[in-house]
Design a protein around this ligand. Structure first.
Ligand SMILES: Nc1ncnc2c1ncn2[C@@H]1O[C@H](COP(=O)(O)OP(=O)(O)OP(=O)(O)O)[C@@H](O)[C@H]1O
Length: 282
């Protein structure tokens, strides 16, 4: 489907994710104590609290915040790894943007995961089957989207591995024997297998050596330039966000406390917490 670029590709509204049952004291999250996502009465954690944003075709949106601010919960909800408590998300190229994807059947959610979204996890053990070859990992994703021709699958796997600079001679090796940076690149190639218009990347460079990190960041930038894939990049590292993201949303204790153009946020942070983050970068 041709997408009108002036319309957001993904619109998320009032996304709320709660761990715990909630109680009358926290039934309205604004009742939570200032600066906390934790209900002192029932112990419920409000991991994401009324989050709304748009993602446009070809842009990279950064989500930054300290540990526990709800960044991973947010992308896990979007990729249906975790159920939401409340809220909606619409993809412009899915049912012409009319369907709240969170309300869709599990079959339709599988379709969205296989065709419209890719996910790259911080931990490659979650995103890859370490006992499958790299080519086999990509094949799994292609088969899930309805490609069964073996020649086609191998050709696409070679193309993808080449794209992420994994020697195609290593296509039949298991990623278990690859370095951390290579595993992340195989994960990225797997996530891109079916040309998803939206890619979610959760702390994909955390824990990698600086030079390996730079190579993965370069790859992400190249993919965005060449394929105009829209991306959500989650990181606690404002340096990564500065390098990659057009716009940035700052999260703290499950809430979005500031959002705007990355340059603007870096030059003129409004919220005290964002000022702290920016100053720690200088
Ligand atoms: N399965 C769970 N059960 C209970 N609480 C959870 C669960 N998963 C996450 N949380 C809580 O939700 C909040 C947000 O966690 P989340 O992992 O989304 O944060 P984050 O910003 O991604 O942190 P990090 O960068 O450390 O991964 C935290 O308070 C966390 O303890």
């Amino acid at each position: 489907m041709i997408h009108d670029e002036s319309r957001p590709l993904l619109s998320v509204r009032h996304l709320t994710k709660r761990f715990g049952k909630g109680c009358t004291a926290c039934s309205h999250p604004e009742q939570l104590p200032e600066g906390s996502n934790h209900c002192p009465h029932c112990g419920t954690v409000w991991a994401c609290n009324d989050i709304s944003f748009d993602l446009y075709e070809g842009e990279i949106l950064g989500i930054v915040g300290e540990s526990g601010s709800g960044k991973s919960s947010l992308v896990q909800c979007l990729y249906f790894d975790s159920s939401i408590t409340d809220g909606s998300a619409h993809i412009a190229t899915y049912q012409d943007g009319a369907a709240n994807i969170f309300r869709e059947s599990s079959q339709q959610k599988r379709y969205i995961r296989n065709h419209l979204m890719g996910m790259v996890y911080q931990n490659p053990w979650i995103g890859l089957r370490m006992q499958f070859s790299s080519g086999g990992n990509i094949a799994e994703k292609l088969i899930a989207a309805g490609t069964f021709n073996v020649h086609e699958i191998r050709a696409r796997a070679k193309e993808l591995l080449d794209h992420v600079e994994i020697p195609v001679t290593r296509m039949d090796e298991v990623p278990l024997h690859f370095s951390g940076g290579m595993q992340q690149r195989v994960q990225i190639s797997k996530a891109l297998a079916n040309h998803p218009p939206i890619l979610l990347l959760d702390e994909v460079t955390t824990g990698l050596d600086l030079s390996v990190q730079a190579r993965v960041l370069d790859l992400i930038r190249r993919i965005q330039r060449e394929s105009r894939t829209a991306m959500i990049v989650v990181s606690h590292d404002l340096g990564v966000i500065r390098m990659l993201c057009d716009r940035t949303m700052v999260m703290k204790q499950g809430r979005c406390i500031e959002a705007g153009l990355t340059d603007q946020i870096l030059e003129d942070p409004h919220h005290a917490y964002t000022q702290l983050l920016v100053h720690s970068l200088l």
